[in-house]
Write a protein that binds this ligand. Structure first.
Ligand code: HEC
Ligand code: HEC
Length: 160
């Protein structure tokens, strides 16, 4: 074999090696498809439009309050809220009904009074209970959600 032929052969082998390696790798370790990565099982390039969550609830007081998921969890809203949104600086209908408790007992069928934790700036001044809702609690629906007729995408095994 001429030395030039030998050089070409070595060069060809060197160039083909990564191709052979990749081809072998594909068989042994299958890659994850983009449709398998997320919960929605569509391509990451799609813009899916899921069905809107059907509203449940009805008027306040129609439905009994719901069980708490765990101690200290924000209670789920047992009534519809479409008529009370959006919450703005000028208008906050939730607060019209859910006034802070003045030491009064909770009455079944009446709006549950907002607790003292919602009138307290837990970070800056945790000892003082003010007379109005603090900023961090102003947008109730950040934490309190109405019940929705949806089946969970992932089973929740949280326990406390
Ligand atoms: C028209 C009066 C009214 C308005 C407005 C209203 N609620 Fe209610 N809310 C009620 C009543 C009545 C109950 C049920 C109390 C019962 O059945 O014992 C309730 C229950 C709740 C509960 C459950 C409390 C518990 O003890 O488990 C939450 C949370 C709640 N509302 C949040 C909200 C939020 C957030 C808004 C605004 C988006 C809002 N509510 C607007 C009257 C109202
Ligand atoms: C940052 C999250 C958060 C926001 C925002 C928030 N809450 Fe709560 N809420 C909670 C948690 C957590 C609890 C349960 C623990 C407690 O009582 O502090 C609770 C409890 C409640 C309860 C039940 C009180 C009781 O005596 O059982 C009512 C009623 C309530 N919130 C209404 C509201 C309303 C109305 C707003 C808006 C003005 C609001 N919350 C904003 C987290 C929040």
């Amino acid at each position: 074999m001429r030395s030039q032929d030998l050089q070409s052969l070595v060069l060809a082998l060197v160039l083909l090696a990564p191709v052979a390696y990749l081809a072998a790798g594909e068989e042994t370790s299958p890659s994850t498809r983009d449709t398998e990565i997320g919960l929605s099982k569509t391509s990451v390039f799609d813009v899916p439009s899921p069905d809107p969550v059907p509203a449940t609830g009805g008027d306040p007081g129609d439905q009994p309050v719901l069980p708490r998921f765990f101690d200290g969890s924000p209670p789920v809203i047992p009534h519809g809220i479409a008529d009370f949104l959006p919450i703005t600086r000028q208008e906050h209908l939730c607060l019209d009904c859910h006034e802070p408790d003045e030491g009064a007992e909770r009455v079944e069928g009446e709006p549950t009074p907002i607790p003292h934790s919602h009138l307290t700036d837990l970070r800056a001044d945790p000892e003082t209970v003010g007379d109005q809702v603090v900023g961090a609690r102003y947008f109730c629906v950040t934490c309190h959600v109405p019940k929705g007729a949806v089946s969970p995408l992932v089973k929740n095994r949280f326990e406390r």
